[in-house]
Structure formats: C-alpha cells, structure tokens
Write a protein that binds this ligand. Structure first.
Ligand code: PHE
Length: 340
C-alpha cells in the first residue's frame, strides 16, 4: 500500500509538469481525487487492511490526497496567472510608435502661408481684413474707380466678362469702392482674394491673388503710404530690406507709383532673381484719386487716402524662390511637401 502511495505521488508530480491547459488539469483532478479516482479507490481499499495498520496507512493516504490537492491548486493558480500575463503581452500597444505615412499631417499651401504672413504684417499695423466678391459688377471693378467704359486703362486688363455688366473681378481694387460706399472714414482695411485676367505664361496665371490695402482719413499723405509700405516690406522680406518708389499710372490713384524692394538674394548687387538690377517690383500704390472719393460719397476736401495692391503669388515666389507661377497651381505633392 505504501509503495502504491509513493507511485501515485510521483506520477502526479510528473503529469502536472507536462500540463498545457486547464482542461488537462481538471482531468487530472478527476483521475486522482474524483469519486472513482485512484486516491479515492485507495481510501476505499482501507477496509481490507488489518485494524493495526489501518490508522497509519489511512494517515498516509490522507496526506497524499491533501498533497495532490495542493499541487493541483497551486498549479492552477500559476497557470491562470501565466495565461493572463501572456494575453497582456499579446495585446500590448506601443503608444510611442510613429504612425504610418498614410496618416501623415498635411501642410498649408505656400500661397496660404504667404497670404497669412501678409495679413499678419498689416493687422499688426491696425488694418482689418475684408473680402469682397469674385463675380463683380463692372460698376465697382471699373466705373467707380475712374475707369469709364471707354477708358484706355481697360485695355491693360484683359477681362473675363460674364455679361456686359458682370465680370470676374480683375483687381481687388473693386473692394476699395465697395468699402468706401459702405463705411465712413477713418477706413483702414486690407482685402485679400482671387482675381482673374486672360493671361497665361510663366509669370502670369488667369487666376491669381491680390491683396488690396486702403486707408482713408483726415490728412493722409504720401509719407503715411511710404511708412506703411516700408514697414510691410521689412516685416515680410526681412529687417534689412530697402524700398524705392517709382512713378506709375493707375486711374484710381493720383499720384500713382510702384514699389520695388532691394533684392534679398544679392542684397542689391544684381543677380538672376532681380535680373541684375538689384531691385524687385512688388506692388502698385498711390494716393486715392479725389474723383474716386467723390464717386463713393466721401468729401475729398475733408478726407484723403492711400491705396496699394500686392500680388500674393509674386510675394510667395520671391520669398520661397519659386521660378514659375504655374507650379503653385499644379498641386504636385513633391513640391507642396517642402512647405511642412
Ligand atoms: N489694382 C492695381 C492692379 O491690379 C494695383 C493697385 C491697387 C494700384 C491699389 C494702386 C492702388 O494692378
């Protein structure tokens, strides 16, 4: 009997060490401790043992039963803990892993970047931002701006007409007229937006962006205009940028001028960007023609103003070294990704 007990004890230890599932474990429990189990059978066999031996053998069998029960329970606990640990490992997420490229963030278009910087430069000087309409009336785009129907200045801009009186605006100056009609001085606005002209080559696109500026108040003069534009040039193109004004002609400003900035590639020495001149033209400007003020119901004896129109593509091309305006509208991701 004692040999049998030892045999069972060894067999259980050996079987437990090879277990791979909880099911196998419960099979073992049934096999040894169940109603018809091997250890239960030993207990039943006690009857056939002599009365003197019975207590000692009975004690051994009970010890065996307790030992097997403890081994199985201990193994069960360990097995459950191991399984839990394994599951945790499998479901582990590394939150520090970088995301696959398909989820990469986009970036602002260089034109939007340039527009935002232009807006920042002027809102910093107290300008507010206004947007007009792209499908505009001839009246605001031309007539109010001192460009009557037979004015030769209309030849300067090849216009997309929708009807006789309605067109795609050729200049954000149309917003000047709308603003003066709807607001009383003091006026200090910038108007960024799309404009359209029938033009198409490396430096001209049928659709492009301008940003108009308009100031109307008492005693506004050309010094205010120059101070404002100098401040813009330094803020947008760099602190050491110099500017120069050249006489020009626009029907809605008098006098009219164009502003050049010193070439920021060669700092005025002359290079490919500035075509050897050391200067780059960036905008048209002038003192608001009194005729335009009067057209828009503003007393030109009491008020004066200045206006300017900046080409946003031109500014972006200069600032980011873009050689051809068409690249801005092709949406080639290899180009756009550079502006992240
Ligand atoms: N509207 C002019 C153009 O498109 C630019 C301009 C704006 C000039 C305001 C003077 C004043 O060329």
């Amino acid at each position: 009997m004692i040999d049998k007990i030892k045999e069972i004890s060894d067999a259980v230890s050996e079987k437990i060490s090879r277990i791979t599932s909880l099911n196998e474990l419960s099979d073992l429990r049934v096999r040894y401790l169940g109603k018809n189990g091997e250890i239960t059978a030993l207990l039943k066999g006690l009857k056939s043992i002599s009365a003197e031996e019975r207590p000692s053998v009975g004690k051994h069998i009970n010890e065996l039963r307790q030992k097997v029960d403890e081994m199985l329970s201990a193994y069960e606990d360990r097995f459950i803990a191991l399984q839990k640990e394994k599951k945790m490992k499998e479901e582990e997420i590394d939150v520090t892993l970088s995301m696959p490229d398909k989820n990469a963030c986009g970036s602002l278009h260089p034109l939007t970047l340039a527009k935002n910087e232009l807006i920042n430069a002027f809102t910093g000087m107290g300008f507010s931002v206004l947007e007009g309409v792209e499908v505009e009336e001839d009246y605001y785009n031309f007539q109010l701006l001192n460009i009557p129907a037979d004015h030769p200045a209309r030849d300067m801009q090849d216009t997309f007409y929708i009807t006789d009186k309605i067109l795609l605006r050729t200049q954000t100056s149309a917003v000047q007229a709308r603003t003066m009609l709807s607001q009383k001085p003091p006026i200090r606005v910038i108007c960024p937006g799309k404009v359209y002209r029938a033009d198409d080559d490396a430096t001209h696109s049928p659709m492009f962006h301008q940003m108009e500026g308009l100031v109307v108040d008492k005693n506004v003069n050309i010094c205010d205009l120059k101070g404002c534009l100098d401040e813009f040039a330094r803020s947008f193109f760099g602190a050491d940028t110099r500017t120069r004004l050249r006489p020009s002609y626009f029907p809605f400003t008098e006098p009219s001028m164009e502003m050049d900035v010193s070439c920021f590639m060669c700092h005025g020495k002359g290079c490919r960007l500035c075509k050897g001149t050391g200067w780059i033209e960036v905008l048209g400007a002038g003192i608001v023609n009194p005729v335009v003020l009067e057209n828009c119901g503003i007393d030109s004896k009491e008020y004066s103003g200045f206006a300017f129109g900046i080409g946003i593509e031109r500014c972006a091309m200069l600032k980011y070294g873009i050689p051809d305006i068409r690249i801005l509208f092709e949406n080639d991701l290899r180009f756009l990704r550079q502006y992240k």
